[in-house]
Design a protein around this ligand. Structure first.
Ligand SMILES: C[S@@+](CC[C@H](N)C(=O)[O-])C[C@H]1O[C@@H](n2cnc3c(N)ncnc32)[C@H](O)[C@@H]1O
Length: 247
């Protein structure tokens, strides 16, 4: 699964979906929370704009939020300041360049590709004194994939033909000596937006469309949206594999 390039407005879209649907606190907050104690230092690996870091911060002593996207880290720093959260330290780094880091728990949510090689996974295990949780996209049936007809019309490979290979990640952690378990989480991650133009841009980002596809996406955008008063909601259901490891 290829990571999407984030246009500037995507940070705000993502944050509004996180706020409305309480991600990751609602979707897998319990799974994260049962790993963390108040004295822990937690690494949010591939933190993006810090949805997990901001959720976890009140539950632990400190959070290291690591990402190779400097703009996302700046966004997180501003948000933490707004919320008066002072126990998050951001780290601009490309995993595993600065690993291992000494932490109690590692949380890595949807950091595609990084969890697909022992070269990247071994330092995850070395960094965590105790345990961690890795989330990746679960395989879906065609009927469960968002925007699937549009992807097919545009010749974009749908996800249901792919798999983010959480089973590989779990197996590799087992082979490295961790005790692992996994479960599936299915949750609402619909996107609130302000206009049909914005809906089209959001869908284009979601499906990794090329600029030349914009006209068709704009024509089809109304099919993927629910209008509520003067607001637009693009329904999205996410399917994730949650892999927990303990040492
Ligand atoms: C799909 S986003 C998920 C963000 C966040 N974990 C969440 O669930 O909201 C994946 C993030 O991983 C980061 N990332 C991908 N590969 C990375 C690497 N090798 N080192 C650090 N960050 C990485 C990307 O920059 C991006 O912010």
């Amino acid at each position: 699964m290829i990571d999407k390039i984030w246009p500037r407005e995507a940070y705000d879209w993502y944050r509004s979906a996180c706020d409305v649907y309480n991600y990751p606190g609602g979707s897998f907050g319990n799974s994260i929370r049962e790993l963390i104690s108040t004295n822990d230092t937690v690494l949010d690996l591939g933190c993006g704009i810090g949805a997990a870091a901001l959720t976890i911060a009140p539950w632990c002593k400190s959070v290291i939020a690591l990402d190779n996207d400097k703009d996302a880290l700046g966004y997180l720093e501003n948000r933490a300041k707004e919320l008066g959260i002072s126990n998050i330290t951001t780290k601009h780094s490309n995993w595993p360049d600065d690993a291992p880091l000494e932490v109690d728990v590692v949380i890595a949510l949807h950091v595609y590709q990084v969890m697909h090689s022992p070269h990247n996974l071994k330092p995850v295990l070395e960094s965590a004194k105790r345990c961690g949780l890795i989330a990746c996209h679960a395989p879906v049936f065609r009927r469960d994939e968002s925007f699937v007809e549009l992807k097919e019309e545009l010749g974009i490979t749908p996800y249901y033909e792919l798999c983010d290979n959480g089973c590989y990640t779990k197996g590799a952690l087992d082979a490295l000596g961790a005790r692992t378990s996994c479960k599936k989480a299915v949750y609402n991650f619909s996107q609130p937006l302000d206009s049909l133009d914005e809906v089209a841009r959001f869908i284009a980002w979601q499906i990794n469309a090329r600029d030349s596809m914009a006209e068709i996406i704009t024509k089809r955008a109304h099919r993927y949206v629910i209008k509520e008063n003067d607001k637009y909601l693009v329904p999205v259901t996410r399917h994730s594999c949650l892999i927990t490891f303990k040492k």
